[in-house]
Design a protein around this ligand. Structure first.
Ligand code: ZN
Ligand code: ZN
Length: 233
């Protein structure tokens, strides 16, 4: 049984947000996680240990840097740097493989350990974990709440990431008939939205043709290249 606590924000996002509801949920989650990282999380030794071990991706480090609490960030980075320095093992593993290999080629060295840091982010991971629960909870709402099914069907679109993530969650967690219903609702609304975007983009493109220079551009065609960014992410 999914946590009911998530049904409230999910229903709100599906009722109020005009774009992809999961993008709206994610944005809020990201703000909360950034504040938490420089706030309460600082005082939790376990949380600090996982921050030290994961580090931050480029985008989230920049976001933390733009926030007010510089001392918190400094303290977090101080202990994270200790972990990075410790990962710089002084010896390389193996050297060149092949005829000159002395059988040490598979041992990890700093190429691997620093590589792991560069791929992990405490904030991405935390957001990702909660997002999975949102998706799972939304799929459960689809299977158990007729009002939610209507809310989903009346959405204009989902971004590509969340379109795929919601269907994958549905495929894994729903009965075949329930998944078929979700699949048909999602693909119908997405097809309708992408087709309308397609015709707006065509209208935008043909406006560059001198033969249509006297025709006024519709608001949809005018904003087509902007609108497409929210859908294709
Ligand atoms: Zn989205
Ligand atoms: Zn990140």
């Amino acid at each position: 049984m999914p946590e009911k606590i998530f049904t409230i924000p999910i229903n709100e996002a599906f009722e109020k947000e005009s774009g992809c509801p999961f993008c709206a949920l994610r944005e809020r989650l990201e703000e909360q996680t950034l504040s938490y990282t420089l706030g309460a999380a600082m005082m939790e030794p376990d949380v600090r240990a996982s921050m030290n071990a994961a580090g931050f991706c480029r985008g989230h480090l920049a976001a933390l840097h733009s926030m007010k609490n510089k001392l918190s960030l400094g303290l977090i980075l101080e202990s994270h740097l200790d972990e990075l320095i410790a990962a710089l093992s002084p010896e390389p593993s193996g050297g060149k493989k092949g005829v000159f290999s002395r059988g040490r080629g598979d041992e990890p060295d700093a190429a691997d350990s620093i590589g792991k840091f560069s791929e992990s982010c405490y904030i991405c991971r935390r957001i990702g974990d909660t997002e999975k629960r949102y998706l799972s909870n939304a799929v459960w709402l689809w299977s158990s709440d007729a009002a939610f099914r209507e809310k989903l069907k009346s959405r204009s679109f989902f971004c590509l990431t969340h379109f795929s993530a919601l269907l994958k969650t549905g495929k894994a967690e729903l009965k075949a008939a329930e998944y078929a219903g979700l699949y048909s609702a999602m693909t119908a609304l997405e097809r309708k939205y992408l087709s309308s975007l397609r015709s707006s983009v065509t209208q935008f493109n043909t406006s560059f043709d001198h033969r249509s220079s006297d025709k006024p551009l519709s608001p949809e065609a005018r904003s087509a290249l902007d609108d497409i960014r929210a859908a294709l992410r």
